[in-house]
Design a protein around this ligand. Sequence first.
Ligand code: ADP
Ligand code: MG
Length: 720
Amino acid sequence: MSNQRQRALNIVQTRTTERVFAPADKISDFFADDVFTLEKMKANLAPDTFKKVESAIKKGKKIEVETASEVASAVKTWALSKGTTHYTHWFQPLTGSTAEKHDSFFDAHKGIEVFKGSALIQQEPDASSFPNGGIRSTFEARGYTAWDPSSPIFIWGRTLCIPTIFVSYTGEALDHKVPLLKAVEAVDKAATKVCQLFDRNVSRVNASLGCEQEYFVVDKALFNARPDLVMSGRTVFGHHPARGQQLDDHYFGSIPSRVYNFMKDFEIESLKLGIPVSTRHNEVAPAQFEVAPLFEDINVATDHNSLMMDVMDRVAERHDLKVLFHEKPFAGLNGSGKHNNWSLITNTGVNVFQPSSSARENLQFLTFLVTTVKAIHQYSGMLRASIASAGNDHRLGANEAPPAIMSVFLGSELSSVLDELENNGNIKVDKGENMYMKLGIDKIPQIILDNTDRNRTSPFAFTGNKFEFRAVGSDQNVAEPMTVLNLIVAKQLKDFHTEVTRLIDGGEDKKIAIVNILRKYIKESKAVRFEGDGYSEEWANEAAKRGLPNIKDTARALDAYVSKTSIAVFEEFGVMNKVELEARNEIQLENYILKLQIEARLIGEIAMNMILPVGIEYQNKLMQNAMNLKELGLDNSHVVAVISKVNGLLSTIQTKVAGLNEERGEVNAIESSHEKAIAYCDRIKAKYFNDIRTAVDKLELLVDDDAWPLLKYREMLFLR
Ligand code: ADP
Ligand code: MG
């Protein structure tokens, strides 16, 4: 057997299970131990200072330098008492991971540990290598990080981490967090105004997010023996195992003990960091799992998701495991997503997506429901763009993941409520209580409670008291889709409010005005509602008839970000301006090109340097055998048949790789990133990747197992 493959498999045999112990029996005894929580602030700050910080956090107010100095001093004392030596501004640049640059508390000149308020508030990382889409070279050479007090400070490893935003000196956003915070503010404002049509006491609306994170786990030695996994995060070759996920026996099955201990370990670390992890289970594919923390304020949930991925990565090392966050690490098996459970909750404690037992409150519920559906319909291109990535392209629409068509699932009961509302368009409703009955909206509560039909094939589904955006990729920073979702809903809520106010000003009764606008929205956005099988061919055809876009690749999906509509909406709410959007578009196109470029190189290299030689050697063996048989006067036709098959595959591999390399030369010469991304998609990926893979995977089934150079799927996936 190939040396590398054999060595890796031998190593796996010697693995032992790392036992994991929690710091205390009860989670509440160690939850958020490593977080500088509000309670810790309260205990360590003067009451006046604490009030200022608290109001900054809760109301988004600015923190003065003097206040920051006191916070810094308290944080330092706490951090040093926990054995921390360094601090860092922790931020989420556009590279897709988190970034940090560690500074020591120790000041050698003074001979003591110092941490000034100014160092808490602002830092200038040497960040010239972070992608900026040309913003900083055109405007200002430098960017800085600024403390975001709304996300708590924490200790990870031996470093104090201060959540920050990252902006250029001319104010452009250089990270994922700035636009998110602005979009959340936009939806807060717009939703509050709409809520006030129903309840004057509402003064704030918070967006909440709970992410279900899917991932694969493989042994580290096996991971390292697959150059494609190491370099691109996914296997570019590999035939499905004889037993894949057909039996569905992995789902909710027992978790292998090594993985179980890893999970327990990273959950403990996450809990210490205040990340409220709660559920864990197997996923559909072998070696695939899911973790879902409880929902939190969207800003904190976003930080927690990024942090948790980092924690998982580092804790896996301790267990000699590797976590794969790629959206499609293994062909033929389910890919991984990150379901984003989203809702809006008022300061009075009402989840606006929670149907209530009061008919009147249900009008508010319907308002938010219908407005959200309308936003998805109106701005589906932006939403599609927000989940576009090279990795997610492999998953979306691959018959086991939500399609690239943005549609909304509401469930049959709720759909019929909307249908009734729409069809009753001519019924004259009066202001009295029986208006709700006439409209059929008096009976929502019980039907939602009974409503158990859950459509798993929809990219955007209503699940009882929240929406679940399922098209988000497992490797993505959720800030991006959450920025777009909150922004487009803010826009629609604002427009709704304007339209209703116009009717009221014209003398219409408030409730009737609301119902009339809702009816209009229901009609206008009907096409985006779909209750059937989202994975089916029929849906793709039906969606085309309805005029819904079905953009299958990132190269084209990203256009929607820089469309007129998108720029107008982003600018209307000050979330990003044209320059920022164009810069991001550029970064994403570059990133897409880079990923495909790496994969193309890997495919060429592995096929030519690892697969082809093995195929040729095996072919030679067969030929020797065929000649020997012939010499003895025996039938050799069966051997010749295999030789001919092997030969055909080797020829395909060789010619296709040659074509791939040549075409890559041409494509690389294209100047514009937009054209180049499309060329990489159509002329490189679509034209060559699958054909080469199919030939290699067929060869895998023919060549002597001992000689095959790559670890096989069955060897990587069935860890026990
Ligand atoms: P599923 O059946 O899809 O796994 P769950 O009810 O288990 O759904 O919830 C999955 C995620 O949704 C969890 O992170 C949970 O905290 C989150 N969630 C529940 N309610 C809300 C809500 N109102 N807003 C946002 N997220 C929520
Ligand atoms: Mg779910």
